[in-house]
Ligand binder design. Structure first.
Ligand SMILES: Nc1ncnc2c1ncn2[C@@H]1O[C@H](COP(=O)(O)OP(=O)(O)OP(=O)(O)O)[C@@H](O)[C@H]1O
Ligand SMILES: [Mg+2]
Length: 307
């Protein structure tokens, strides 16, 4: 039973990267340990208060999808079983409560420097581009579409991966020119297949995956594999299907209470929209945590193993 929320891990392993959400540690030369903290970001600002169970939700949901979708793409996933991780890395024995539920041992890859975004609905930056230019990823869409309208078929709209700061939407042509051989086409095809199968499964559970982002890496042997996280609320827009209504923005499954609170703080002038963020009340934190747990329950059909 792990109750305490974790804002940041500090393990006795070489730290490769501290992202907005994860710490990435090296395990020997060919593996990484990804530790998903309970940090949450919204409007590109990381909040001070961690959200209990969020890191475990992201970790367990990714593990669930990596297994379910392994026939479409192999992945970096090795194990997220804390006992197995500690058996392999005995130095971490006393850190087991920090690691439980939120850590994944993975194959270290050379990440492809593009985010493979698939969109099945017109939302977020895609809606902004369409509303302004009539295009998506530089390609013209039919006129007269409304916000949150379904895109049929779904569209591949890659972004270049910025190490710091904002990722930038690009055209498929830019991605194709930058990658060797037919890698861009392969990634596009795999992304569309992963998205289609993910949507089919989520729909049975009352969730629309409006869009999502896949990341791929090249393993030392040259194998292309899915890396990072997979079809989680942080890498995707999940919408409750029973409340879907085109022509407006949709409520977000997970971050809506937080987004509403931040939007209110901006409009009443108590927050300027940049770091540092406003303090989150215990109620907002609890509501957000409950939303993440609910997303996990709805998608996987089971409770988080550590709750
Ligand atoms: N198997 C892997 N091999 C190599 N790198 C990986 C692998 N899996 C994940 N990564 C990298 O680890 C990082 C995960 O950290 P995190 O998600 O917190 O950061 P981020 O998304 O890059 O940045 P931020 O969240 O700060 O915008 C990502 O940069 C991701 O590309
Ligand atoms: Mg990330």
């Amino acid at each position: 039973m792990t109750g305490a929320a974790l804002a940041r891990s500090q393990l006795p392993l070489p730290l490769v990267r501290r992202g907005k959400v994860r710490e990435v540690y090296a395990v020997g030369d060919d593996q990484l340990l990804l530790v998903a903290s309970d940090r949450i970001s919204a409007f590109d600002v990381v909040m001070r208060e961690p959200i209990p169970y969020k890191g475990a939700v992201l970790t367990q949901m990714s593990a669930y999808w990596f297994d379910l979708l392994k026939d479409i793409s192999s992945s970096h996933f090795v194990t997220c079983d804390v006992t197995e991780i500690i058996n392999r890395i005995p130095d971490l024995e006393s850190y087991d409560s920090t690691l439980e539920g939120r850590s994944t041992l993975v194959t270290r890859t050379d990440p492809v420097p593009f985010e493979c975004v698939v969109r099945g609905y017109l939302s977020g930056s895609a809606w902004a581009e369409y509303a302004e230019e009539g295009t998506l990823a530089g390609e013209r869409l039919e006129p007269g579409m409304v916000e949150s309208q379904q895109l049929d078929p779904p569209l591949f709209s890659p972004a270049s991966k910025a190490y710091e700061g904002h990722d930038e939407n690009i055209t498929f042509g830019v991605m194709r020119d930058a990658l060797e051989g037919d890698l861009a086409e392969r990634l596009r095809r795999m992304s569309l297949e992963l998205y289609a199968e993910g949507c089919r499964i989520a729909a049975e559970r009352g969730i629309i995956i409006a869009d999502t982002k896949f990341e791929f890496g090249i393993a030392p042997g040259g194998q292309v594999m899915l890396i990072d996280e997979l079809l989680t609320p942080d890498s995707s827009r999940f919408w409750p299907a029973d409340r879907y209504e085109p022509g407006r923005g949709q409520p977000s499954f997970d971050k809506q209470p937080l987004r509403d609170y931040l939007a209110e703080s901006k409009s009443d002038g108590s927050w300027d929209g940049a770091a540092p963020p406003p303090t989150l009340s215990a109620e907002i934190v609890a509501q957000t945590s409950a939303r993440y747990l609910d997303a996990h329950r709805r998608i996987t059909g089971s409770e988080l193993p550590i709750v």
